[in-house]
Design a protein around this ligand. Structure first.
Ligand SMILES: [Fe+2]
Ligand SMILES: [Fe+2]
Length: 183
């Protein structure tokens, strides 16, 4: 397979995953309230909005790769809303909604669940995904496979974002372009 073919394949897969996100989460993605997550930073320079989309994409990929047979709609919607806490956790105690500034890691799943319950209709699986995504901090483990997959996807994406490796990956796809043109 040439670099160009490989690049096209990656782009097609990425486009397909984005279509799956839109299919299951269009009301969330179109919601003005969800767009507020664009104003909050999650890790590095990654917004909560971009992080949530990345986690949803990664969760779909893991589910399909290991044939976990998750309910994809719950997986996508739970992943999109898993960090719907709607405050800047970097501003120590000064942002509205950050009720336990020193313990953001422990408390933000319940805040996200409260907000998501208020703004969207959630299934039991989606609630479990949001509530347990910080396991083992939550102590009680996830009760469905969808929540396990999102927990794993979230840890993977968070590590990549914290280390700045998600940018290298994006760059690696597009850096190949000039080489491809020379072939
Ligand atoms: Fe989180
Ligand atoms: Fe997260």
């Amino acid at each position: 397979m040439t670099r160009e073919e490989k690049r096209r394949l990656i782009e097609e897969r990425h486009k397909h995953i984005r279509e799956v996100l839109k299919k299951h989460g269009h009301d969330i993605l179109e919601s003005q309230k969800f767009h507020k997550t664009k104003h909050f930073i999650q890790h590095g320079d990654m917004t909560v909005y971009d992080h949530s989309l990345s986690v949803a994409e990664r969760a779909i990929k893991i589910n399909r790769f290991i044939h976990a047979k998750c309910e994809e709609r719950d997986l996508v919607r739970g992943a999109l809303l898993h960090d719907y806490f709607l405050y800047d956790w970097h501003i120590d105690g000064k942002d509205k909604g950050n009720v336990h500034p020193k313990l953001h890691g422990f408390f933000h799943p319940s805040t996200a669940l409260k907000n998501a319950n208020r703004d969207f209709v959630l299934t039991e699986r989606e609630k479990d995904i949001i509530k347990k995504h910080m396991w083992p901090l939550t102590i009680v483990p996830p009760m469905c496979r969808e929540a396990w997959i999102v927990t794993l996807a979230d840890k993977y994406c968070s590590a990549m974002e914290t280390l700045g490796l998600h940018k290298l990956k994006v760059r690696a796809i597009y850096i190949e372009l000039p080489d491809d043109e020379r072939e």
